[in-house]
Design a binder for this molecule. Sequence first.
Ligand SMILES: [Zn+2]
Length: 447
Amino acid sequence: MSEKVENKIIQYQSHTRDNELDIMSSSQCGCICCGEVFSARDVHLWVEEGNVLSARCPRCGLPYVVSDSSGLPLDQKTLSQLSDYLLDNKKESGIYDEICRFCADYYAGKIDNNDIEMIRLYERYIRLLYREFKDPAAAFALGRIYADGSPLTAVDRDKAIAYFEDELLCQDGRSFYEAGLLYLARGERGDNRRAFEAFSKSSALGSLEGSMYIAIFYLHGNYVKADQDFAVNTLLSVFGGLYSRALVERQGYVELIFCAFHIGYCFYEGLGCPQSESRAIRYWLITQYFLDNAVSRMNVKLPWIDEFKNLFSMAMVNKNLANEGPLFDEDTFYDSFFEQQEATTPKLLKYMDYAEDTGSVRFGISSSVPLLIIDAGNFCVTQANDSDWEMTLAKFVRLSDENTFNRFEFIGQYMVRFVLDDPIRGAVAIAELSFEPPVEEEQPKEE
Ligand SMILES: [Zn+2]
């Protein structure tokens, strides 16, 4: 019988892909995955693969919809038979892959995660992937569901911790980090020790966040004997990793600002390093910048934020940043431009002069939001409303008549393009700057 069912499935499945037109022109549909029959008008969700659209079932969310325009019978008996077979063979039949895709699309926001039915399906599938397939990503997702809560699942820190510390995740530094945070939030007797242990495992598995929290424990002498030198050095080395991850992968902003805040705090108070108000301010400018431009859009609680705001405003009272001015070297230029990609507001190229004889280029940018200029190489930060740059080693400058742009593009290491993303014309290059690579000075040979 199974061969007969398999043939039938192949026949039905050939109608489940690229079936947008079929469904538009039919009245009834059936799903060979869950066996339900429903009106074609109930189909609202689609799987997109290039130009191909395949209907997701409104009941189970998976793309196994066959419409009556296929000419195939959609009676309850046939659908149940096919459904039983597919669900008994989830891996071989591709159901497993489709469940994974559903969860990934849900997570990426391609499936409405405010729709209670979709939330129900997502949580059901995550549980299924965990139970039937021992999927580590599902264990992590369950930890998240219990840590954050959902309209269907109440927050339960104990359960969340249990999932984050599941055997399946014993090689995952991120999950020990999440468990550590939950111990800190729970704050029961012994939770400091448990948090420290979880962060240690996380750190040993290469997690930057885990190392950062270990440093915080040493900074405050919490559970361990205080060691501020170790704390500051660890925070500084973690900061570099978090900073590049935030720029390249566009994630981890919350951890980045937490780290920057604590480094600033160490400089401000002179803990484990020489006291320096201006270095503190530099790190706090970064904290403030990412807070405004990335973290404020996320719905996260930051228990340290009031302390940060108080310290930052105290430090800024006597400091006139405008006097420090923007920085004028090429490192700064490159690094600061990386920064500005985050902002989507249009910026204006005020002028651009190029003197071929000296190879120097001058230009100004105005922006409705203050530019934060970060020179990661020399570690300097400043904030400016209007920025002027002048630099040498320019090879050529190419300008169009327009001057509004909204992002920068790097062409190799020595060329920068100012680009306007135009809804009609696409990406338009407004200006191009190209630099000579610095000439390495030859060392005189010693005999
Ligand atoms: Zn279905």
